[in-house]
Design a protein around this ligand. Structure first.
Ligand code: ARG
Ligand code: ZN
Ligand code: CA
Length: 235
């Protein structure tokens, strides 16, 4: 697959009070953050240390808002078991990224389904206050969406979810031991290499994550190739 791939997005806002009923403005700025981060036009990209600056990627994937659905519901938290998706099913997930915005609860910022799963649960769930300008500081600059859409596009956590010997299946992201939090200084050394703590697929603060790698770009774009699990989105 060559060239820019645009993914149309449906947003389902599920709210039990007015703060959970995020504004159209916030949804638009969330889409804007996704577009900047996935096209490497984020203004913090220049903070990437020189060790990694040669492999920062413009994924050539963009997102456009196709529609917003608003649902008032007295339920005050939805958990991570897809209950919100059963209540409000995804709309044409074969061709659209579905994003549910709600109160998840339990301190969870977001969760996503990897490609290849059931279409009835395909998409990304975001904590309403993680949207840009929300109240979930230091996770309120919209990068939970960037991270979760990374999962939706087949990216694993940068540390491969396991202690130096587990892979994220991306060659140019250094092996790491465990998630990094906060805003780590460079270099942060684990598993005898410098961690790419500024990668969107780590667990650092929104202000301290600002790159995908070329290897991650290839892994994401492979999904859209003919026969791939998201091929139906690329045309
Ligand atoms: N804990 C969530 C996950 O693993 C999201 C982490 C988001 N991090 C952030 N800085 N916004 O999917
Ligand atoms: Zn994650
Ligand atoms: Ca790796």
């Amino acid at each position: 697959v060559t060239g820019v791939i645009n993914i149309p997005v449906y947003v389902h806002v599920v709210y039990s009070n007015s703060s959970e009923n995020v504004s159209d403005n916030q949804i638009n700025s969330q889409l804007s953050v996704l577009n900047k981060d996935f096209r490497k036009t984020n203004n913090d990209i220049n903070q990437v240390p020189s060790e990694f600056s040669g492999i920062t990627a413009d994924s050539e994937i963009t997102f456009s808002l196709a529609g917003t659905f608003r649902h008032a519901n007295s339920r005050t938290s939805w958990g991570t078991n897809d209950a919100v998706k059963s209540a409000y099913p995804p709309v044409t997930p074969e061709t659209h990224l579905n994003i549910w915005v709600c109160n998840i609860g339990g301190g969870i910022l977001g969760y996503a389904q990897f490609p290849g799963g059931s279409s009835s649960t395909d998409g990304v769930v975001l904590l309403y206050s993680s949207l840009p300008g929300g109240s979930a500081a230091p996770y309120n600059q919209g990068r939970t969406a960037t991270h979760e859409v990374g999962h939706y596009l087949n990216l694993r956590h940068i540390w491969g979810d396991g202690r130096c010997n587990r892979d994220d299946f991306v060659a140019d992201t250094p092996t790491s031991d465990a998630p990094n939090y906060g805003c780590p200084s460079y270099p942060t050394v684990n598993c005898r290499s410098n961690d790419m703590t500024m990668n969107y697929m780590d667990y650092t603060d929104d202000a301290c994550m600002y790159m995908f790698s070329e290897g991650q770009k290839s892994r994401m774009r492979a999904l859209f190739a003919s026969g791939g699990p998201r091929a139906s989105m690329a045309n």
